[in-house]
Design a protein around this ligand. Sequence first.
Ligand code: IPM
Ligand code: MN
Length: 346
Amino acid sequence: TRNIDLAVVAGDGIGTEVVEQGLAVLEAALAGSDVKVATTEFDLGARRWHATGETLADGDLERIREHDAILLGAIGDPSVPSGVLERGLLLKLRFALDHYVNLRPGKLYPGVKSPLAEPGEVDFVVVREGTEGPYVGNGGSVRTGTPHEIATEVSVNTAFGVERVVRDAFARAQARPRRHLTLVHKHNVLVHAGHLWRRTVEAVNAEFPDVTTDYLHVDAATIFLTTNPSRFDVIVTDNLFGDILTDQAAAITGGIGLAASANINPDRTAPSMFEPVHGSAPDIAGQGKADPTATVLSVSLLLDHLGLTAEAARVEAAVAADLAERGSRVRSTAEVGQDLAARVAD
Ligand code: IPM
Ligand code: MN
């Protein structure tokens, strides 16, 4: 038997509801196999912050580190000032565990309604850099609150950081049928970082000669995501552009209720973390209305990362089959989870 130690950070709002279903589907996917999952729940998020003032204590981080993977629901609550949990918990996990590949598939499953009239075949992945860019917290504000305030938020891009994520994106492109990589940046304005990304893609391309590449400024990329999303295979981009593009990608492929993500440490020096792209949705929390599909697809990414590729494929196939028949039926969070678990068990 193989034992998998899974850290569970259900978090805030609908996070707990969707994670419960994600875990049920994970159990179903591994039932009857010799793989056993042991979960450790971490009480992190708004409740913990209110109770103790802690976002992510060193002890929690070190215990999380000992696990094979992390399943995260959602972080954030209106009762906590904006940025406290985002920076102090979610981004701290991504940075501390060196999740430099933030993988976000943009796939339109058959039967899913896109807001685009003629979306065509949409099946791409965004490789969003996860540990650098404007997210590093390198900035400040002087004369705060006065008409003379100056606030900076410096985007940090290192050759080391850009090269490793670009190499990962090339490898992913090479493993896909179309073998195409699009760099998205804004090098006509952000000339320092932009040209570092451009030069890096050119250089690493030599190691992957069978991968074709092109380049789009981020503003143009948003147009093509709307007018011709089929053109994309693998997109590589920085942390902030990737954040924005992946919400747009979710919107055109059925909404954030379906959008999965993996925060991957490809070197496996720390556990990778799997989470739906959506947030804690306080407006519908506790009502059993949230769609757990994004979390279930994130569980598929988790299984894949752990080398359980057949199980990962079964979970994705269960979601695809459910989506194909879903139509406009309204089910509760638990009902969707149960239906998916039943399909996986079949
Ligand atoms: C996401 C979220 C986070 C991000 C926030 C909550 C810090 O929007 O996972 O896309 O910006 O990465
Ligand atoms: Mn986001």
